[in-house]
Each structure stands twice: as C-alpha cells, then as structure tokens.
Design a binder for this molecule. Sequence first.
Ligand code: 13P
Ligand code: SF4
Length: 301
Amino acid sequence: MQKLIDEINQLKKSSGALILAHNYVSAEIQDIADFTGDSLELALKARDCKASLMVFCGVSFMAETAKVLSPDSTVLLPVPDAGCLMADMAEAEDVAKMREENPEAVFIAYVNTTAATKTCVDICCTSANADRIAASVPEGKKIVFLPDRNLGRNVADKVARDYTFWNGCCPIHDRITCDMILDAKKRYPGCPVIIHPECRPEVVACADYAASTGKMLSIVREDDSKGFVIATEEGILHRLKKEFPEKEFYALSPCVICDDMKKITLESVRDALKLRQYEVKLDAETIEKARKPIERMLNTK
Ligand code: 13P
Ligand code: SF4
C-alpha cells in the first residue's frame, strides 16, 4: 500500500492536482486527500480552488458540483459509475414536468441531484443548511422539496411552510430504525447518538443530535461526553477517531455502508492522476443554469 501512496503523492506533486474527499470514502483515501469534508464544505473548496486539476473522491453529483463551481478546472472522478441512489430518483425531465404543474412553487433541491436536475430548480440546499434555505422562502409560498422526503420532513418539523415532498430517499439511511437507535442507547449508556437527517423523522426523534457529516465534528467538539454513537455511513468514524483520539465512537450498525463511496480505491486515484480519467464533462448551458441555484444557496445568509 505504501508504494501506491508514494506513487499518488508523486503524481499529485508533478500535476499540481488537488485531491478532495467526502467523509464517507475509505480511510486510506481520506488519508491521501488534501481536504476531507461534507457536501457543503467540498462545494466551497471547489469554488475557491486555484488548482487547474481536481480529483474528486466521492460520488458523481459531488464531482459535478465541483465542475459547475470551478468550470475552468479539470475535475476527475476516479470511478465513473460512483453514483448516488438518491440522486437517481429525481430525473430532470420529471422535475421539469412538476415545475410546469406548479409554476408558483419554490423548488428546493438537495445537492444530492444531478447537474441536469439542478437546472430545473430555484435553490439548492445541503444537510448543513437546509433549515436556513427553507426559512429564506417567504411565508405563504409553496415549497417543492426534492429528492429526499426524509430530509424534507425533518426540515418541515422546524420551518413551517406549505411543502410538497418528492418521493425519494437514501436507501442506506432510510433503513435505519428506532429499534436500532434504542438498542444502541442500551449498549452504550451515556453516549449521545448523532444521526444524519437523511433518516426518517421518527428515527431522528429517537437520536440526540441530527447533523450533516461536517457538523457532526462540531457537535463532538462541543459535547463533553466521552463516547458517541454514529448513525450514518461508517466512513465518518475514521475522521472522528483521527480528530478526537481521546473519545470513543461506535457505529450504529456495520451495515450502514454506501457502496458507491467505497468504489473509490487507491488504485483508481492513482490511475485517475496517471491517465487523467474520468473527466467530468458538462456543457456550458448546463453549467450556467445549474450554477444559479447553487450560488443562490451559497449567498443565502
Ligand atoms: P453530507 O453533506 O452531510 O456529508 O451528506 C452527504 C450525503 O450524501 C449523505 O448521505
Ligand atoms: Fe447517496 Fe445515500 Fe450514498 Fe449519500 S449515502 S451518496 S445519499 S446513496
């Protein structure tokens, strides 16, 4: 493995590439990345990126967002079919049709959507800012929230508006149950449970905190507890253990794994740098139209 890591570091140095990684990718990928973060943090890094070459270790909608925000950079996704099951649930044509049927509504798209779908909406959100984005919609306006019905309902519990939810979800988070949370509380007494808001609202209600993967780190920093149960994809545990070696972290279940995130391997990153593959290609019109809802999100205070 060390030989592969040395090769990647060499290729990174000679190409000037920036390696970005999501909190869910494998530990060894997080360790070779220049920056690891949640969807919002990665979008901001991509926007402010000065490098002409970026290797995005995550799934395709994230790499597309990086390309939209940094169109002059070459963005590589090491495994072209690393996708997101939830993003596939809201196709651009279906969203455009719903828009025609709801011309007065404000369409909010979770960033877990393709660039093509983003061209059909008013504003984006991530799990780190969804409440704030919904609250920015004037009262009395109808909101169509897509694709995640769970995140949408969790937002609706805090921000009262007239919502219609798209019927999508992340199958990995949707599978988490209240029983799993209650069982973990018995197994790890005194350890707060931190959950991702892609889980169902009744399950979120059983946990102590709900947060984006990035905000999970701030919660751990501020909560004096010695141990935490983490109810999301297991990749984040590596980051938590690395940043807080004095605390204990327990995965809710060994089954909360996003297979697409795990497709990114050291070999694929090496090959991406060596062979300049696989370049994210979006036409100029898609970039221009998809950038508007993302920028609107980034500019919403
Ligand atoms: P975060 O933005 O919280 O990292 O979440 C992204 C994601 O895909 C969760 O499943
Ligand atoms: Fe998509 Fe779920 Fe994987 Fe996140 S964990 S990238 S929402 S499939």
